[in-house]
Structure formats: C-alpha cells, structure tokens
Design a protein around this ligand. Sequence first.
Ligand code: SF4
Ligand code: SF4
Length: 169
Amino acid sequence: MSLTDLMSMAKPNLESREKILVKLIGKELLNCFQCIKCTSGCTALKLLELKPHEIVKLVSLGFVDELASSDIIWTCVTCLKCLQRCPRKASPYHVIIALRNLAVEREAKVPEGYLKAVSQIIETGLAESVQKVVTKKMETFDREGLKLPRITLPKESFQATFMKVMEER
Ligand code: SF4
Ligand code: SF4
C-alpha cells in the first residue's frame, strides 16, 4: 500500500505523534521544509519507492500509527544518505528507526530477515554469516584459505548484555 493510500484512509493521531517526537528528541523533525533532497538521494527510492520526505511529513501531521504498521518503514537500508543530505537536520533515518522501534513495541509484524539477523547476532556476534569469496577465475576461498584468523564465537557475557539492551529498548 502506498503512502498516498495510507493518507487517504487514515486519521491523524496526535497522541502517537507526541510519543514519536519524544523518541526523536534532538532531531529537528519539525524543521523539515520539504526540499526533497533526502528522497532524491535515497538508496531505497528506486527499488522500493521509499520517499523519506513523505515519512517526515506524515509523522509531523500525526499519521504515526499507520506508518508504524506499514511495510514501507522496513524498506530503508539504513545508508544514512538522507541524514547527510538534509539541510535542516531533520534526519528521516532517525524518524524511520523510531517508527520501527514503535512497531516492535506494538508487536507489529517484523520482516523475517530482521528476526534472523537478531538470532544470528545472539548466536555468532555477527550481523551476517561468514561467507566464502569467489575470485574472477571462479576459485572459491574460505577464511582459512585466505589465511585470515578464525572468527571466535561471542562470550556468554556478550549474549547476556545484548539481551539486556534489547529488553531495555
Ligand atoms: S527531511 Fe531534510 S532533506 Fe528531506 S525534505 Fe525535509 S528538509 Fe529536505
Ligand atoms: S537511510 Fe533509509 S531513508 Fe535515508 S537515504 Fe538511506 S535508505 Fe533512504
């Protein structure tokens, strides 16, 4: 569902808007003057139709509930280009992360890939599994073949700290 559809169907909720503004303290959300510099450089725009300037506008209007339950917030690839390009420090990136946190708090559906990444970090300490590399000559090497040191599994203390931080958030 596009954001335009969302806007036509939804009603603003000022209470949710206040909640998200609290999460965004220090981020100048309301300074956005819709110059669209963020969207013109957004990595996710071409493939996934993410328009960060619209997200910022919808949040400032109070359409937070709809965004928090929408798939669109999970299409951001967290490249931070919008943060770098914004002349007003409005940071659509931080708005999207705050919406994702709200979605998790509300137990909205989280894409499976994110849940897998979290399990992977807990088990291995790595956001991605170790992969082999393929050369131009189509030779395959693992870390041992490249004489790279072995990756050690995280200690239990890391897992306990990680879980504690997750619970606190
Ligand atoms: S968030 Fe920043 S870059 Fe994007 S439209 Fe607003 S002012 Fe422009
Ligand atoms: S951080 Fe997300 S919203 Fe910002 S430019 Fe990158 S993909 Fe787009």
